[in-house]
Design a protein around this ligand. Structure first.
Ligand SMILES: C=C(O[C@@H]1C=C(C(=O)O)C=C[C@H]1O)C(=O)O
Length: 287
């Protein structure tokens, strides 16, 4: 690599859901080339929009808000067809009975917040009131009908929960649409592709390789998840195998449906277009 290039600033979601994509990444890339910035999704969304990071996972909703400035890596996402296990609405009564109720949303999320709005407003024909709060279930649900949690917050509360009904938003989405849902996508600022096309290609290759290696050799990663978060070996096997880290035509179709609903319901000013990076496109963007 050229020593004149600055480090590419790469985001990392601070939830276990992204581990397969990062677990072997440090072994596959020169640490002088990259800097990893770990935050909750909503903070990464903001940092990407402000140009404080160059690439990395963001909420798919945040891509919808700034799609003209970003391109998405293929083959990398946090997606699910049905069950997710970490995007959970905890509620006091069945969904159809709370569709006009009071819902508390986590400040950490963007994709799931709008997914829940689609589910309650479009599919259950409700019009709830929404409030935002830090991700703490007891405090959130105290005076509300439902509270949404994502990532490790959702996983841990689900383990403890004995009181509330739980709906997995991935399952709800698949039930009503029959489609995939992508919660996080790997965005690159167009400016970064223009300035550092070679490094971008190298980073992409390392992420894809890390993902493949984690799929083949998940045991160390799973042991680490047990130590850091808790849970059994079987839980994490199931969790990582249920999530899908690919991003191809089936996931694009599901995500486009989500963007179309977001536009229709007024959550996005435009229905975002999914623009996929490729080695060839490098020329187009660099022109
Ligand atoms: C699958 C998940 O998806 C996450 C949900 C996000 C959102 O709602 O904005 C953003 C990034 C994803 O990592 C999860 O939280 O576990």
């Amino acid at each position: 690599m050229s020593t004149h290039n600055p480090k590419i600033r790469i985001g990392r979601i601070n939830y276990t859901n992204v581990w397969p994509i990062y677990y072997y990444f440090p072994e596959l890339i020169d640490s002088n080339d990259v800097e990893i910035i770990e935050q909750v999704p909503s903070s990464l969304n903001r940092a990407m929009a402000a140009g404080e990071i160059d690439m990395g996972p963001i909420s798919s909703f945040a891509y919808g808000q700034s799609f003209e400035d970003y391109v998405l890596f293929p083959d990398l996402s946090v997606s699910a067809y049905g069950e997710v296990n970490s995007i959970l609405l905890f509620h006091q009564k069945p969904l159809r009975e709370i569709a006009n109720g009071r819902i508390v949303l986590p400040t950490t999320s963007a994709s799931s917040v709008n997914l829940l709005k689609i589910i309650l407003e479009k599919f259950y024909h409700g019009k709830p009131t929404y409030e935002f709060a830090a991700p703490n279930l007891d405090a959130m649900i105290k005076d509300a009908d439902g509270a949404l949690l994502i990532g490790d917050d959702a996983i841990k509360e689900n383990w403890r929960n004995t009181k509330y009904m739980v709906s997995d938003l991935g399952q709800e989405w698949a039930k009503w649409t029959g489609k995939w849902m992508s919660f996080a996508v790997w965005a690159i600022r167009k400016e970064t592709i223009r300035q550092y096309p070679e490094q971008v290609a190298k980073i992409f290759a390392a992420f894809v390789q890390s993902k493949q290696q984690a799929h083949r050799k998940p045991d160390d990663m799973i042991k680490e998840a047990q130590v850091k978060v808790g849970g059994s070996e079987a839980y994490w096997h199931h969790y990582f195998n249920t999530l899908c880290y690919d991003f191809g035509p089936e996931q694009w179709e599901g995500l486009q449906t989500y963007y179309n609903f977001c536009f229709e319901l007024g959550f996005l000013p435009k229905a975002a277009k999914i623009d996929i990076w490729s080695e060839k496109e490098k020329t187009r963007v660099t022109e």
